[in-house]
Each structure stands twice: as structure tokens, then as C-alpha cells.
Design a binder for this molecule. Structure first.
Ligand code: C2O
Ligand code: CU
Length: 565
């Protein structure tokens, strides 16, 4: 009897030990979503933050790590957190977009999210994925190579997250509620920020300006993120070149530039060589805004690169040259320069035989307004769509409806092609074409299907660039161009040798972009424009990627607790 009990106790301890070891292997982080007072542009207001920080805490991981983030909602509003660019293999449960993969975390509730890093390496980020709260609820994720493995470029002396964003004097929820109510464009931001600071060119901002202290002769890795809500940004450092070495958690062949263009959602890894005479220099950012007649924030956000040492700096730092606000070529040409390494250590795997070809138009639209009093063009209500379907958010998340076979939450008839073919990029388009359908449709993909998706921009209402982002995958950007996509001619020019691997692609104004991916990550995956007003208006849809036959090809079961609706 005693012996049996002893054996049981020992066995129990053993299991207990094993569990503890297992738990210790998973690094845990705590994210407390709460309001905190922040002073910018001469006034103080409460903003929603993670752990009181703005920008929020940086997560440091190695390729292949799995971590857990315990998200506590101590705020007054619903929230979800998304890990932008993290594929979460077979595990969409922690992905975060509200009403797509989860119901929001309600005030007072907690949701433990498991974040599974697999092939990503470089810079990613996390952000709120509910309402407009991501304006202040965001932070960097630095994904280092596996231990003992270096970068495919000389090791930088130091690394610096550089988060570009926007600041509104008004409360961000008011900004959102106002434009959704009046049907027009949201009010533009009051400042552009670098690491949360507007910089010297705004009132009451000088003392907070972000400063990067550098040593002459050293190289710095800027881990750039566009966390802005509204526009692509141009960015440059006075008198210095920048060397781009990665984007969206994937390496690129290095290329040297005077400025970069970075889309909302996109990340860039950029080397800055401190090789100029010791002095102080401005880094500056401005928006690229291509929509005719649409207001934009025309201010300039700055930070400072300052050389260490004993010298007398010039009286004021010099400003870099940036492309014009509407310079579409400057943006598209930069975006078109990315190439994958496609080397032995960093091979590529572009799908060549396509089983599924899709063409999605991305459009700004208008809806009739009840009493003709909306603030959109001709008193309409602004809207947006993919293949002329303006996405309607369901009342419970699509993932749970799919997993538990709940009918009536979404339809599976998302069209493979534009429902109507017209000259998408014509200067003038008939008003009737502006009207979208309102629906909740998904596109179902077979496991392992090879998908080519061509985004076709349209010039409806106000043509502009659309940074389209896909959850659960990175895709190869195999081609892009201006005008209407020609399915016979344009594929001949595809880059199938070293196309870049990205999770966000800026579809140029009056142009198209073609991406390819293999649907080997089962789950429900959101796809949307990362310009927040377009997302609010319905420029989004979801893919359901079915399970494969084999055990390791199936979606994993949900965690014990998912937030209820
Ligand atoms: Cu950066 Cu759907 O998100
Ligand atoms: Cu858009």
C-alpha cells in the first residue's frame, strides 16, 4: 500500500515537474490595455495604451519561438490585439481581428493569446484590431534569427525601432464616430509622429523629439513600421543614404536609396551608416496622398540623428528632401524595387502552377444617404469594396461559425472576378458604378491550392493607393503595373525568380498588383486595405482555407477560453 502511494506521489511530482518545465519554456508577456494621459501639441488627453506606453512595448523573439501574451482589458471599450505578419500556422484563434477570428475582449476581461512564430524573420508589429484604437495601441515585434545564426548583412552596431504614426488632438473614438456618422472623410490628423513624438516643427514638441545618438563610422538598423491610419509615408534622413535590407519580416536584396515609401501595415529594415561629418541631422516623414480632392495631413514629422563627440553643431539640423505629396511614381518605383534574397540560405518557393486565379477590384464607393445630407461627394455616404462587395461585419466571429458549423453568419460566395468588367482606371466613370453591395462573403480555398490574386485598383470616386494586407500568409509579389491588368500580356513580365515576400502590398493608384501564395495554412484569414477609413468602409473580405487530409494539415482546436460576444 505504502509503496503504491509512494509511487503515485513520485509519479505525480514527475508530471507536475514536467508541466512546470513546459510552462517555463513559453515566455509570457502581460499586456494591460488601459488609458493613460499623454501630452502632445500643447495639450493633455487620455489615450488608450498597452501598459501605459505609447508606442507600446516591443516584443523580442527568435525565429520559430512561441510566446503567450496575456491581454487584460482595463479600458472602457472592447479591444482585440493582432500580431501583424505572424502566420500563426494552423492557429487562427489568436490572430485577433474582431468578428473575424474572435469576439472582442470586453472591459474587465482577459484573453491569453498564443503567438506562433514560424518562418518570419525581421520586423513585424502588433496592433489593436477593433475600431480605430490601433492609432495608439501598437508596438514593434523584432524577430531575430535562430540563436547562433546571423543576419545576411553585416551586423549593425545597434538596432532602433522607428514607428511612424499620427496624432489627433481629438479623441480617436470621436474621430471615428464622427466620420462614420456623417458619411464623409475622417478629419485629418494634427501631426505625424516618429516613435510617438511629432518633433521640432510642431508647437510644444521640441523637448520630446526622438533623438538617435550615433557614433561616427557605425551602422544602425532602423526597424521601421508604418503604424499610421491614413496614408503611405515618405521618409528620409538628411544627407544620408538608406540601405533597405528587409520588409514585412523577410529579407530583401540590399538596395540604396535617398528616401523610402512605407505603407500602413508595412515594415522596413533599413541600414543607416553614420558616415557624415559629425553634426545633427533631421529624419523627416511626410504623407504620400494620391486621392484628388481628399484632404491630408500636410505637416512634417521629424526626429534627429545626432553624432556623439565634441564638436559645435550647426545652428539647426538640415532637413532632407522628400518627394511631393502626390508623387505616385516616387512611391510605386520604390515599392517596385524589392527583390527576395533567393539564395541558398534564404531560398524562395514561388508557386508556379496555379490552381486558383482570382482578380479582386479594390474601390472606394458611395451609398445613397437617407436624407441626402451626408458629407460624401454629392451628399452621398462614402463606402469601399472588394469585387464590389462592401464587407459587413458579422455579429459573431466567422472562425467560430466555421468551426462550429453555425449557419447564417457568413456566405461562401465571394466572387473570383469582378462582377462587372469596365475600364477600371478610366478618368471618368459613370456614377452608377459607385454603388456596392453590402454583404458578408468569404472565399473558400482548398488546402494546398496555389493562388494567384491580382488586385485591380479602380478610379471610382477618388482613385488612390491601397495597401492590401493578408493575415495568415506572406505572399510573393510577382508583378505590378499601371492601368488595367491584362491577363494575357502582364503575366509575361512577372518576376518568378526573386519576387519579394510581403504581407502588405500597396496597389498603386490606377494600377494593379499580382501576388501568389500556397494555401497551406488552414483557418480563417482576414484580407483588407490597411488604410483605416477604407477598412471602416468595407474594403475587406476573408478567406477560409480548408483543412488538409493529414493530421498535421488540420486547424488546431481552440484554446479553452475564447472571449464571448
Ligand atoms: Cu495590420 Cu488586419 O492588420
Ligand atoms: Cu484602401
Amino acid at each position: 500500500m505504502w509503496l503504491i502511494m509512494k509511487i503515485l506521489i513520485l509519479f505525480g511530482l514527475f508530471i507536475f515537474d514536467g508541466l512546470i518545465l513546459h510552462c517555463q519554456a513559453l515566455v509570457r508577456h502581460t499586456f494591460v490595455v488601459k488609458e493613460a494621459p499623454y501630452t502632445r501639441l500643447c495639450s493633455t488627453k487620455n489615450i488608450l495604451t498597452v501598459n501605459g506606453q505609447f508606442p507600446g512595448p516591443t516584443l523580442y523573439v527568435h525565429k520559430g519561438d512561441t510566446i503567450v501574451v496575456d491581454v487584460y482589458n482595463k479600458g472602457k471599450q472592447n479591444i482585440t490585439i493582432h500580431w501583424h505578419g505572424v502566420k500563426q500556422p494552423k492557429y487562427p484563434w489568436s490572430d485577433g481581428p474582431e468578428y473575424i477570428t474572435q469576439c472582442p475582449i470586453q472591459p474587465g476581461a482577459k484573453f491569453s493569446q498564443k503567438i506562433v512564430f514560424s518562418t518570419e524573420e525581421g520586423t513585424l508589429w502588433w496592433h489593436a484590431h477593433s475600431d480605430w484604437s490601433r492609432a495608439t495601441v501598437h508596438g514593434a515585434i523584432l524577430v531575430y534569427p535562430k540563436l547562433g545564426i546571423g543576419y545576411p548583412y553585416p551586423k549593425p552596431y545597434s538596432e532602433v525601432p522607428l514607428i511612424l504614426g499620427e496624432w489627433w488632438k481629438e479623441d480617436i473614438m470621436e474621430v471615428q464616430n464622427d466620420f462614420l456618422e456623417n458619411g464623409g472623410d475622417p478629419v485629418v490628423s494634427d501631426a505625424l509622429t516618429i516613435n510617438g513624438q511629432p518633433g521640432d516643427l510642431y508647437p510644444c514638441s521640441k523637448s520630446g523629439t526622438f533623438k538617435l545618438m550615433v557614433e561616427h563610422g557605425k551602422t544602425y538598423l532602423l526597424r521601421m513600421i508604418n503604424a499610421g491610419m491614413s496614408d503611405i509615408f515618405f521618409f528620409s534622413v538628411a544627407k544620408h543614404h538608406l540601405i533597405v535590407v528587409g520588409t514585412d519580416g523577410s529579407y530583401t536584396k540590399p538596395f540604396k536609396v535617398d528616401y523610402v515609401a512605407i505603407s500602413p501595415g508595412q515594415t522596413l529594415d533599413v541600414l543607416l551608416e553614420a558616415n557624415q561629418p559629425p553634426d545633427h541631422y533631421y529624419m523627416a516623414t511626410r504623407v504620400y496622398s494620391s486621392a484628388n480632392g481628399v484632404a491630408y495631413d500636410n505637416t512634417t514629422g521629424t526626429a534627429i540623428v545626432r553624432y556623439k563627440g565634441n564638436y559645435t553643431p550647426s545652428s539647426s539640423p538640415s532637413l532632407p528632401n522628400l518627394p511631393d505629396y502626390n508623387d505616385t511614381n516616387a512611391s510605386a518605383n520604390f515599392t517596385g524595387r524589392f527583390r527576395s534574397l533567393a539564395s541558398e540560405d534564404h531560398p524562395i518557393n514561388v508557386p508556379l502552377n496555379m490552381t486558383t486565379k482570382l482578380i479582386f477590384t479594390v474601390s472606394v464607393n458611395t451609398l445613397p444617404c437617407d436624407d441626402d445630407s451626408c458629407d460624401g461627394p454629392n451628399n452621398t455616404r462614402l463606402s469601399a469594396s472588394v469585387n464590389n462587395i462592401s464587407f459587413v461585419s458579422p455579429s459573431i466571429d466567422i472562425l467560430q461559425a466555421y468551426y462550429n458549423h453555425i449557419n447564417g453568419v457568413y456566405g461562401d460566395q465571394f466572387p473570383n472576378f469582378p462582377p462587372l468588367v469596365f475600364n477600371f482606371t478610366a478618368d471618368y466613370l459613370p456614377f452608377e458604378l459607385q454603388l456596392p453591395k453590402n454583404n458578408t462573403e468569404v472565399k473558400v480555398l482548398e488546402y494546398n491550392s496555389t493562388v494567384e490574386l491580382v488586385y485591380q485598383n479602380t478610379n471610382l470616386v477618388a482613385g488612390t493607393d491601397h495597401p492590401m494586407h493578408l493575415h495568415g500568409y506572406s505572399f510573393y509579389v510577382v508583378g505590378w503595373g499601371f492601368g488595367n491588368f491584362d491577363k494575357d500580356k502582364d503575366p509575361l513580365g512577372y518576376n518568378l525568380v526573386d519576387p519579394p515576400l510581403q504581407n502588405t502590398i500597396a496597389v498603386p493608384k490606377n494600377g494593379w498588383a499580382a501576388v501568389r501564395f500556397k494555401a497551406n495554412n488552414p483557418g480563417v484569414w482576414f484580407m483588407h486595405c490597411h488604410i483605416e477609413r477604407h477598412l471602416s468602409w468595407g474594403m475587406e473580405m476573408a478567406f477560409i482555407v480548408k483543412d488538409g487530409e493529414r493530421r498535421e494539415e488540420k486547424m488546431l482546436p481552440p484554446p479553452p477560453y475564447m472571449p464571448p460576444c
